[in-house]
Write a protein that binds this ligand. Structure first.
Ligand SMILES: *Cc1c(COP(=O)(O)O)cnc(C)c1O
Length: 379
């Protein structure tokens, strides 16, 4: 089955009771048993729920995995991965990282004795120099948030295999429409399904997909034991989102390109970060591992003025000033004061998140309207 067909049919079946084409929302915490232990595969909804199960099968299918797991949020999914580790273990992580991931690693898990190395990963050889006997996990986010750096998943997977270290990829920005990390050698793919997977800014959810059975079993154990699962209503919405992922992504990419090109030609704009430009330092890797370049575009203004950047995001009318990304509607964010405020300024600026950086999640409206909006806001 090819990708577009998979989003609609992959891992999915019609409801066994009445043939409902969409899985019913099984709004139940528990399931009747005929005799102790005599049940139809479902006992308690933290452990299993048919609607969540339907979503998890679809997630596994679109990521070319064998197992999918859905969580209460993207961070809950990351949290489950880190719980595979023990005190004394080390993680090599992308430095230009989603702020909440950075906070989880440094403010929660460092206190539990796990050591994190935050490094630039555009050169895979650098990754290897941080690996030692304690290293258990490489955490990759690509394209990165918000600098749109691209990391070579296949090269990183070779290093991970050589040192018998797990490789997890945060695939939130790219989605499986653009890149399939498990096929490139990653062990775990992670999503904030809040973003493109859900696609309509109406839920908060996380997801994992893996190929390996033993690894999946450990993660299912953690999912049930820690309990950060998503409810059946949200599972239904995410599954519905998946069914249009490919058509939405196609338009996100088309509009992303139009917006990036408009901004690059604008006299008041200093720099545009979008992996589709040939001048992007990792363009060749992006071209090789991604099918297109996505709808996320970041830019800085000439003069790098904090107040001017704030004025631009306030002036936008069709782009909504808001955190998050990946919905059908266009959003604008100011990372230094919003998503990345939890990262110390010095560290933030080292990875390029300067005062005037603006991040756009380009939606699927008419691109002419989006460009007109940017034009009036930037002046
Ligand atoms: C939003 C996001 C997360 C966290 O997901 P939540 O659903 O908000 O918990 C992780 N990684 C990336 C790249 C994100 O954009």
């Amino acid at each position: 089955m090819k990708f577009n067909t998979k989003t609609i049919h992959g891992g999915q079946e019609h409801d066994k009771a009445y043939g409902a084409v969409m899985p019913p929302i099984y709004q139940t915490s528990t399931y009747a048993q005929s005799t102790p232990g005599g049940h139809k595969g479902y006992e308690y909804s933290r452990t299993h729920n048919p609607t969540r199960h339907a979503l998890e099968n679809a997630l596994a299918s679109i990521e070319n995995g064998n197992h999918g797991l859905a969580f209460a949020s993207g961070l809950a999914a990351i949290d489950a991965v880190i719980k595979l580790l023990s005190p004394g273990d080390e993680v090599v992580s992308t430095n230009d990282l989603y702020g909440g991931s950075y906070r989880l690693f440094t403010k929660i898990y460092e206190d539990f004795g796990i050591k994190f190395h935050f490094i630039g990963m555009e050169n895979a050889d650098v990754i290897e120099s941080y690996i030692n006997n304690n290293t258990k996990l490489i955490w990759v986010e690509t394209p990165t948030n918000p600098m749109m750096n691209v990391i070579d998943i296949e090269a990183t997977a070779r290093i991970a295999k050589k040192h018998e270290v797990l490789l997890a990829v945060d695939n939130t920005f790219a989605t499986p429409y653009l890149q399939q990390p498990l096929d490139l050698g990653a062990d775990i793919v992670m999503h904030s399904a809040t973003k493109y997977i859900g696609g309509h800014s109406d839920l908060v959810m996380g997801a994992l997909a893996v190929k390996d059975d033993a690894l999946a079993e450990k993660l299912y154990f953690i999912q049930n034991a820690s309990g950060a699962v998503c409810g059946p209503q949200d599972s239904f919405l995410a599954l519905r989102g998946i069914k249009t992922l490919h058509v939405r992504m196609q338009r996100h990419c088309e509009n992303g390109r139009a917006v990036a090109e408009y901004l690059a030609a604008h006299p008041k704009i200093e720099k545009v970060y979008w992996p589709g430009f040939e001048t992007h330092p990792n363009h060749d890797i992006a071209k090789a591992q991604m099918n297109d370049f996505g709808g996320m575009v970041s830019f800085v203004t000439k003069g790098n003025d904090f107040d001017e950047a704030i004025k631009i995001v306030e002036n936008l009318k069709i782009f909504t000033l808001a955190e998050s990304l990946g919905g059908v509607e266009s959003l604008a964010g100011h990372p230094a004061s919003m998503t990345h405020a939890s990262i110390p300024k010095e560290l933030r600026e080292k990875s390029g998140v300067v005062d005037s950086l603006i991040r756009l999640s380009v939606g699927i409206e008419d691109k002419e309207d989006l460009i007109a909006d940017l034009k009036q806001a930037i002046g």
